[in-house]
Ligand binder design. Structure first.
Ligand SMILES: *[C@@H]1O[C@H](CO)[C@@H](O)[C@H](O)[C@H]1NC(C)=O
Ligand SMILES: *[C@@H]1O[C@H](CO)[C@@H](O)[C@H](O)[C@H]1NC(C)=O
Ligand SMILES: *[C@@H]1O[C@H](CO)[C@@H](O)[C@H](O)[C@H]1NC(C)=O
Ligand SMILES: *[C@@H]1O[C@H](CO)[C@@H](O)[C@H](O)[C@H]1NC(C)=O
Ligand SMILES: *[C@@H]1O[C@H](CO)[C@@H](O)[C@H](O)[C@H]1NC(C)=O
Length: 453
C-alpha cells in the first residue's frame, strides 16, 4: 500500500508499516490527493467551499481504506467531584474529555494559505468519534455548537465538557474515613476493534496531576489518584477497545469528626463519669436519663449527615454508645431499687454471697489497717466511686466482720443487715462500673482500630 516501495517488498513492508503507524500512514499516502486549495484565505478570509469535500464526508468514518481502524487518543481532566451518593451508588463528577484523531481528507499547505497552520471549525461539520463512558447513568448533556481544532496535517483536537453521573461501587463501611475507587470506562459505542482503536494522549499521572491541581476547592472529596487498565471488551462476537480509569477519591472527615464523633465522645465520657455520683442519693438515674435523652436528640439532629444506606461503622459506634448509656441507666435504676429495698427491708442474704462478701471485705479491710499502721492517709473504704460512708454506725458491721462467717444471718440485728447489704450494693456498683468501663474501652478501641486500617 506504500506507493513508493518496490512492488515485491512493498506488500509485506506496507502491511507492517500500516500496523505500526496505522492512521498516519494512510494520511501520508494520500497527502497529495486531498489537498485543500486555500489560496486567498489570507486576503478574503476563510471560504467554506474549500472545505466542502471534507464536510460532505462527515457521515462516514474518515479513512481512505476502510480496513484501517481510526485511532482515537483520549485524555480527560477531572474538574470537580460534585456528589457521591451512596444510596443510589452514583458518583457525579465534571470532566473535560479530549479526543485526538486524524482526518486524512484535511490537508493544506500553510505556505499557500498565508501561514495558517491551525483552524477552529464547528465540530458539527465533522465526523466525531462516538466515545462514551460505560458507567454513565444519565442523559449526556454535552452542549452542542462545540468547535474543534484542525491543523494543516489533518490532526483534529476535540474537547468537550461532560457532567458525568456514573455508577460506582461505593462502600461506606468506613464512613467518614472512607476511600472510594470509581471506574470510568471509555469505549466506542458502536465501532469494534476493526474500526476504532483507543489510545492515551497523556500519561495517567499527568492527568491526575492536572486534575488535582484543578480540584483545588475544599469540597468533601479529595482526588487521590487515577490509574488505568486497558483491556478489550467482548460483547457477543464483537470486540471493543476500551480504556478503564480507576479514580480514587477520599472523603475529608473533618466535618464529621467535629459534628459527630466529638459530641458523641463527650456524652459517653459524661455517662462514664456519672458513675461517680453517689448511688444512694437517687440522683444518678435522672441524670443518666437526661443524658440519654440528649444523646437521642443529638442522633436525630445528626441523622442527615449519615449516609442513607448501608451500615457504616459509625452507625454501629452510635448504637454501641446508645446501648452503653441504656445499660448504665438500667444499672443505676437497679442499684437504686436494691438500695431502697435493703434499707427498708433487708432480705436474707444467700450463704455463698455472705461468705464471698465477708472474705472480700476482710481482704480490703486488712489493706486499710496496714495503711493506717504505716501512718498513711486514711483511704476511703474500698475506693468505690460514689461510695460514701454509709450513714450507719460502723460498730456492728465491724463486729460482724471480725465474727464467724458461719454465724447465722438471723442472729444479726436489722442495722447490721442493712449495713451489710449496703456494702454489698456499693461493691456491686463498683464491679459493674469496671465491667462497663472495660467493655466501653475495648469496643471503642476495636472501632478505632477498624477505622485506622
Ligand atoms: C486554487 O484556486 C484558485 C482560485 O480560487 C485557482 O486560481 C488556483 O489555480 C487553485 N490552485 C490549485 C492548486 O488548484
Ligand atoms: C469561495 O470560493 C469560490 C470558488 O473557489 C468562489 O466562487 C466564491 O465566491 C468564494 N466565496 C467567497 C465568500 O469568497
Ligand atoms: C487496505 O488495507 C488492507 C490492510 O491494511 C490491505 O490489505 C488492502 O490492500 C488495502 N486496500 C487498498 C485498496 O489499499
Ligand atoms: C496517539 O498516540 C500514539 C502513541 O501514543 C501516537 O503514535 C499517535 O500519533 C497518536 N495519534 C493521534 C491522532 O494523536
Ligand atoms: C481500584 O480497583 C481496581 C480493581 O477493581 C484495582 O485494580 C485498583 O488498584 C484500585 N485502585 C485503588 C487506588 O485502590
Amino acid at each position: 500500500m506504500e506507493g513508493s516501495w518496490p512492488q515485491q517488498e512493498g506488500w509485506l513492508l506496507g502491511l507492517l508499516l500500516s500496523l505500526l503507524l496505522q492512521g498516519s500512514s494512510t494520511f501520508t499516502q494520500n497527502s497529495n490527493s486531498f489537498t485543500i486549495n486555500c489560496s486567498g484565505f489570507d486576503v478574503n478570509g476563510l471560504n467554506k467551499t474549500a472545505f466542502k469535500s471534507v464536510f460532505d464526508r462527515k457521515a462516514f468514518r474518515p479513512v481512505v481504506n476502510f480496513s484501517i481502524p481510526t485511532r482515537v487518543n483520549i485524555s480527560f481532566t477531572l474538574s470537580a467531584i460534585l456528589e457521591v451518593n451512596a444510596q443510589i451508588q452514583l458518583l457525579t463528577s465534571f470532566l473535560w474529555l479530549e479526543m485526538f484523531w486524524e482526518n486524512p481528507f484535511i490537508n493544506w499547505n500553510p505556505e499557500e494559505c498565508g501561514g495558517i497552520t491551525d483552524l477552529t471549525v464547528a465540530a458539527e461539520n465533522f465526523w466525531l468519534p462516538d466515545i462514551f463512558i460505560m458507567e454513565f447513568m444519565d442523559i449526556d448533556q454535552t452542549p452542542t455548537q462545540l468547535v474543534a481544532y484542525v491543523n494543516s496535517k489533518g490532526h483534529i483536537k476535540y474537547k468537550k465538557p461532560m457532567k458525568v453521573t456514573s455508577i460506582c461501587n461505593l462502600d461506606i463501611f468506613y464512613f467518614p474515613f472512607d476511600q472510594q475507587n470509581c471506574t470510568l470506562t471509555f469505549t466506542s459505542f458502536l465501532y469494534t476493534v476493526n474500526d476504532m482503536l483507543l489510545g492515551l494522549d497523556k500519561e495517567v499521572w499527568e492527568m491526575a496531576k492536572t486534575s488535582q491541581h484543578l480540584i483545588q476547592n475544599q469540597g468533601e472529596w479529595q482526588l487521590l489518584g487515577i490509574n488505568k487498565a486497558t483491556r478489550k471488551l467482548a460483547v457477543g462476537s464483537s470486540l471493543y477497545d476500551q480504556i478503564m480509569f480507576y479514580v480514587a477519591i477520599r472523603r475529608r472527615p473533618r466535618l464529621y469528626i467535629i459534628n459527630l464523633l466529638v459530641p458523641s465522645g463527650f456524652l459517653i465520657a459524661i455517662d462514664a463519669l456519672s458513675f461517680f455520683l453517689p448511688a444512694e442519693g437517687g440522683n444518678r438515674p435522672p441524670f443518666k436519663m437526661t443524658l440519654l435523652l440528649g444523646y437521642t436528640v443529638f442522633l436525630l439532629m445528626m441523622n442527615d449527615l449519615l449516609p442513607a444506606s448501608g451500615t457504616p461503622l459509625i452507625s454501629v459506634y452510635f448504637a454501641l454508645c446508645l446501648s452503653l448509656m441504656v445499660v448504665s441507666l438500667l444499672e443505676s435504676i437497679f442499684l437504686t431499687y436494691l438500695l431502697n429495698l435493703v434499707t427498708t427491708q433487708p432480705p436474707p442474704m444467700p450463704h455463698w454471697l455472705h461468705w464471698l462478701l465477708l472474705h472480700y471485705l476482710r481482704a480490703t479491710d486488712c489493706y486499710k489497717k496496714s495503711q493506717k499502721d504505716n501512718g498513711g492517709p486514711d483511704p476511703k473504704p474500698l475506693h468505690l466511686p460514689g461510695l460514701k460512708e454509709p450513714g450507719v454506725k460502723a460498730g456492728p458491721a465491724k463486729a460482724w466482720l471480725d465474727g464467724d462467717p458461719q454465724s447465722p444471718w438471723e442472729q444479726l440485728d436489722h442495722q447490721q443487715k442493712v449495713d451489710i447489704w449496703v456494702k454489698f450494693s456499693l461493691i456491686l456498683d463498683t464491679f459493674l462500673f469496671w465491667i462497663y468501663l472495660a467493655f466501653m474501652t475495648s469496643s471503642l478501641i476495636t472501632v478505632i482500630v477498624l477505622w485506622i486500617n
